[in-house]
Design a protein around this ligand. Structure first.
Ligand SMILES: Cc1ncc(COP(=O)(O)O)c(C=O)c1O
Length: 390
């Protein structure tokens, strides 16, 4: 039987096999410390759950408009005002099934077959697969500590071709947790605009930045001259602790919204309705108080794990400012981080994601630690690593 050639080019998440093995070991009674999972361990805040249950009880769970519930689009526009002091029209807000749906929609309306998209390696692995799925070519650019594992204007200039349609960045980044400096972001945005292309900025971890205040990419130019070329991606998954609800959004230039509407109608009709009603409670003060306490807990975990890993001999050249990841160089211990991740799992029950999941750039000497477990569990993980690595 034939299958699409694009499917052969799409990589699975390697960590899923590791997670499956971890589950097997757990079923055998072993205690596993999970530092591989990229989702908050906190439950969804109760006000969000209550809002969804109330809507379900009402029974009005039909399709919403493809662009999303008007009340939620407005609530998100208001959130930009409160959070970033930025006025945007709710017409520019598009509700999607997760940031995943938003990325698909964004690329779907701007890409032609054969177009090139520039992205950082290491980076969020699905992005290059989305580009391939849309018959485009992802041009992965190796980044390192010197640019905080982020793309720079120079990278764009050096890799631009007449086929380049878009640049994808994430700030904070998965897997590195590092931010894109505002000064670089604006230079890149101006360059992309000059080329008549798009800058897709994934701000899914924006709510989880621990030391600095971050601004949204659509606010970096006070005259808003580059907004027409920027698409901001966001989600309820991470900061809002709603991974399984499958709800995200994007803020698009007005000129793209009608086409996004058309594409959304066709590929997913609408984002899940109970999740959209739930999210109406995501911005209220009671929810914010819960989410901010979770954020504080993440910060404490980072502040514990970062020095502990360094002390163990992992090299972490750029301090992660956000998300819940630490991307650590493990060359002091191995030249094969994939095998090393399995060795750690089998020998001491510590599960970590190998660098291979985030690209090819020195992936064999990196691991991603996710601090999506309690401080007590992190301490236990560090203890096991200390004994094993000694
Ligand atoms: C950088 C980044 N973007 C997008 C996503 C997709 O998130 P979701 O579809 O759950 O909103 C993830 C998930 O891990 C991510 O790390």
């Amino acid at each position: 039987m034939k299958i699409s050639s694009r499917i052969n080019d799409i990589q699975p998440f390697h960590v899923m096999a590791l997670l499956a093995r971890a589950k097997e070991l757990e079923a055998e009674g072993k205690d596993i410390i999970h530092m591989e999972i990229g989702e908050p361990d906190f439950p969804t805040p109760q006000p969000i759950i209550d809002a969804s249950i109330a809507a379900i009880k009402e029974g009005d769970i039909h399709y919403t408009a493809a662009l999303g519930l008007p009340a939620l689009r407005q609530a998100i526009a208001k959130f930009y005002k409160t959070r970033y002091e930025l006025s945007i029209s709710s017409n520019r807000v598009v509700i999607t099934p997760g940031a995943s749906g938003a990325l698909m929609l964004a690329l779907g309306v701007i890409m032609q077959e054969g177009d090139e998209v520039l992205l950082a390696d290491p980076g969020y692995p699905c992005n290059k697969n989305f580009v391939r799925f849309l018959s485009g070519k992802a041009r992965s650019i190796s980044v390192d500590a010197t640019s905080g594992y982020q793309l720079t204007l120079k990278h764009l200039q050096d890799n631009w071709t007449d086929k380049t349609t878009a640049v994808m960045v994430a700030s904070p980044s998965n897997p590195t947790g590092t931010l894109l400096a505002k000064s670089e972001l604006i230079k890149m945005a101006r360059f992309v605009k000059e080329q008549g292309a798009y800058l897709i900025v994934d701000e899914i971890y924006h709510g989880l930045v621990y030391d600095d205040e971050v601004d949204t990419a659509i606010n970096i130019d006070e005259h808003h001259k580059i907004d027409e070329n920027i698409i901001v991606i966001n989600s309820f998954s991470k900061y809002f602790n709603m991974t399984g609800w499958r709800l995200g959004w994007l803020v698009a230039p007005e000129s793209l919204v009608n086409d996004m509407d058309k594409l959304a109608q066709n590929i997913f009709l609408a984002a899940p309705t109970p999740a959209q009603y739930a999210a109406l409670a995501a911005f209220n003060p009671a929810t914010t108080a819960i989410l901010e306490s979770h954020k504080e807990e993440f910060k404490q975990r980072r502040d514990f794990l970062l020095p502990a890993l360094k002390k163990l001999g992992f090299k972490i050249e750029v301090e992660p400012q956000g998300a819940f990841y630490i991307y650590a160089n493990c060359e002091n211990f191995t030249k094969d981080s994939y095998q090393f991740a399995y060795d750690l799992l089998e020998n001491i029950g510590v599960a970590i994601t190998p660098g291979k999941d985030f690209g090819e750039n020195k992936a064999n000497t990196f691991l991603r630690f996710a601090y999506t477990i309690s401080i007590e569990q992190l301490k236990e993980g560090v203890q096991r690593l200390t004994t094993y690595l000694a």
